[in-house]
Design a protein. Structure first.
Lengths: 161, 336
């Protein structure tokens, strides 16, 4: 069992060396090459993916910032316009109030004036009527100028309205 | 072969190298066990015939190189008839002076299985290489072979030899796969383990020895390599140190040779012994035990086939790496 057979040793060495030469050329080289190429491509792919991820993160960050800016801008514009609107509203209301007040005053003055005029007219009319009625009753006992004096003094005692 | 009673097998093997197994017929029952075991054990030895399914025994040619000429015989009968050589105690001897011929290059069973393993490996590896070049993602055979290639590179070569060791990958890959396929061939019915032969492992160890020295000389330069053999001691001690260092160079591959051979043949001998129990007891009932044991041992052998291929490759790579690294440690003095 243990005595070596030189012939078999020689066959082993010949077989091994031939096998190694054949396999080296047709199997191990292509295998190792394809392995290396694949590892290279995997490494590249990972690197590219890493880059793409970084780029995406950067873009995301940028987008987020832009969004923030836009939001702030919108907010600002909204506040501004709201303030403007408030101011405008106040102004308009103020103006309307002022106008209303002016119109009201004018109307009051007019009414007063008209009333004044109407009262004056009414007073004249009433005096005439009273004179006519009194002259008729007294049958011309007094002349017209005396009657007028009496009535006028009477009317002056009446309240203004 | 197992199924034959020794007497019956004697008839069939008549004239072959197995003729020594039993003395002429008419033995006692008690001797059958011993003879049976010897006979069964022959299964793990090298032989000048192949056992094939359906065909039976196939003679393998004898190739003998002696006295400057090569003699080729179809089988032992033809050789004996020719008369130059004869067989005695299983050894081929010259018929004239009963001396061994200078070289027996016979195509024995283990030579055939060396070639079978080589052919299987060539087909497997080249198919894998072709497929992997075509495909981006390897599948099937390509993936299987590549898995082992990556394992050898990342777990054996690079840790032991560093990145420079990758240039020895073709040698180490061939060693790993060749040993693995030869180991596995012994687990196939009708197969035989060439690595269970000390000459085959010896041949592999011899190549490993040459590779270890070659890689060391290449990495350190011849001067450093020879200087390292002195062990860095005072010159007066060189006569002691140099032989020890040289002996040390040989023990490593010698251990490789014995380890692989013993591991591979050990499992087979256990299996043969267990199977032999069935024939010794001549009982079907007793067969259940050995068969279960054989099943277990076979699974163990399957594991050992991979393990030993790994260990042989790993140790070769380690020894090569040691020799290659010495160059870098030169400044810090010698050490082992």
């Amino acid at each position: 069992m243990l005595d070596p057979n030189p012939g078999l040793i020689i066959w082993t060495i010949i077989t091994f060396l031939l096998l190694m030469v054949i396999l080296k050329k047709f199997a191990w080289k292509p295998l190792l090459e394809s392995l290396q190429r694949r590892e290279e491509s995997v490494r590249n792919a990972i690197e590219r993916a890493e880059q793409a991820k970084n780029e995406a993160e950067r873009l995301l960050e940028e987008n987020r910032k832009q969004l923030e800016r836009a939001e702030a801008e919108g907010h600002r514009m909204l506040t501004e316009s709201r303030q403007l609107a408030e101011k405008l509203k106040d102004e308009i209301i103020e103006k309307a109030n002022r106008q209303t007040r002016a119109m009201l005053d004018q109307a009051k003055q007019e009414i007063d004036r008209d009333k004044e005029a109407a009262l004056a007219q009414l007073r004249g009319e009433v005096a005439n009527l009273a004179i006519q009625a009194a002259s008729k009753i007294l049958d011309e006992t007094l002349d017209e100028s005396r009657h007028r004096k009496i009535v006028d003094s009477y009317l002056k005692q009446l309240p203004k309205n | 072969m197992f199924t034959q009673h020794p007497e019956a097998s004697n008839v069939q093997h008549e004239g072959e190298e197995s003729h020594h197994i039993s003395a002429p017929t008419g033995e006692h029952e008690g001797e059958t066990g011993g003879n049976l075991f010897t006979e069964l054990l022959h299964h793990v030895y090298d032989a000048h015939e192949l056992e094939l399914p359906f065909v039976g025994h196939v003679d393998l040619p004898y190739v003998i190189y002696d006295g400057g000429t090569a003699h080729v015989y179809k089988n032992s009968e033809v050789m004996r008839e020719e008369g130059t050589f004869t067989i005695q105690n299983e050894k081929i001897i010259r018929a004239s002076d009963h001396q061994k011929p200078s070289l027996d290059l016979s195509i024995t069973k283990h030579v055939v299985f060396l070639w079978v393993a080589a052919v299987i490996l060539i087909v497997l590896a080249i198919t894998a290489a072709r497929k992997n070049l075509r495909r981006k993602v390897p599948r099937g055979v390509g993936n299987l072979v590549e898995m082992f290639v990556v394992f050898v590179r990342d777990e054996i070569v690079v840790p032991n030899m560093g990145p420079t060791g990758v240039k020895y990958m073709p040698y180490l890959l061939t060693t790993f796969f060749f040993i693995l396929v030869m180991n596995l061939a012994g687990l196939v019915p009708y197969g035989s383990t060439a690595t269970g032969n000390v000459s085959v492992t010896g041949g592999l160890a011899l190549i490993a020895f040459i590779m270890i020295q070659f890689s060391a000389i290449r990495a350190q330069g011849l001067g450093h390599y020879l200087h390292h053999l002195t062990g860095g001691v005072h010159w007066a001690l060189w006569p002691i140190m140099v032989p020890i260092e040289i002996l040390g160079l040989f023990t490593k591959p010698f251990a490789l040779m014995i380890r692989l051979f013993a591991n591979m043949i050990g499992g087979h001998i256990v299996i043969v012994s267990l199977i032999g129990l069935i024939f010794i007891f001549k009982s079907y009932i007793i067969a259940a035990g050995p068969v279960l044991f054989v099943l277990g041992i076979s699974m163990l052998e399957l594991f050992v086939a991979f393990l030993q291929a790994y260990i042989f490759t790993m140790l070769t790579s380690l020894f090569m790496g040691l020799g290659m690294q010495v160059a870098h440690e030169e400044g810090e003095g010698h050490g082992h």
